[in-house]
Design a protein around this ligand. Sequence first.
Ligand code: AHR
Length: 320
Amino acid sequence: MTLKALLAATALSTALGFSASAAELTVGFSQIGSESGWRAAETVVSKAEAKKRNINFKIADAQQKQENQIKAIRSFIAQGVDAIFLAPVVSTGWDSVLKEAKEAQIPVVLLDRDIDPSGKELYLTAVTSDSVHEGAVAGEWLAKTVGTKPCNVVELQGTVGASVAANRKKGFDTAIASHSNIKVVRSQTGDFTRAKGKEVMESFIKAEGGGKNICAVYAHNDDMMVGAIQAMKEAGLKPGKEVLTVSIDAVPDIFKAMAAGEANATVELTPNMAGPAFDAIVAFKTKGTVPPKWIQTESKLYTAADDPQKIYNSKKDLGY
Ligand code: AHR
């Protein structure tokens, strides 16, 4: 056998052996819900990544409620799944149920959000971005864009108690701390939804002289920003021109707004958290490879200079 043929045969048998093992795996995913476009994209991508690897994948939609997530995890344990993926809606209150998973020897992988550090021993790995860094990227973009001009910022926070909401706030606050011209004058949760983002932005506009005192909006996700843009337009303001916008996720609709000149910047959060998580679980289950405690995904800044229409089209083509 030639070396080329040998390599091809080895690759084939590895591929066959790998997919055969992966095909036997059942993974349960306790998903938060469908509060945002990003969340819906994550669900779509997770299913596709499971299919690629021939994994039997069960998703439980918690409709934003931690108690539903706890019930789903208990049900996955009772079904004897091989692994559990968890996108924790809030960061606390997981100890008991994760101890139950550990006792049942079912590895847990956190997707896109963290739990409190006290729970570190209770999961195998976490596939997340650095959400403090995301907030910092947003803050640095704003600081660079406004320069020395005075700038009053209103902030739409994510779900109260979610790790990403606390971290995105912290990163942004730290990035603007040395810029005394930039001040966060109002900050409230919009629960990561478009409707709440709009509602809270309407109240900010009222409280800030019809919006004339607002120089920029920072939203912890794009959906809240899309809602805020709507509120600004209805109030006669020009988002993206008179009022700067910076948010997080990089979902198609924010690129649509950018292409229309109504949004300025977004920090990308990949919806593909499940791909690296499946790879980690397959390697763990088939070869005993222990993954790093944190599998970090990238955070890239996009602005109106990045051909938003083209990005919108390409994301739409991917089914987001
Ligand atoms: O945990 C990730 C966040 O959850 C996304 O940024 C937001 O859109 C989603 O709801």
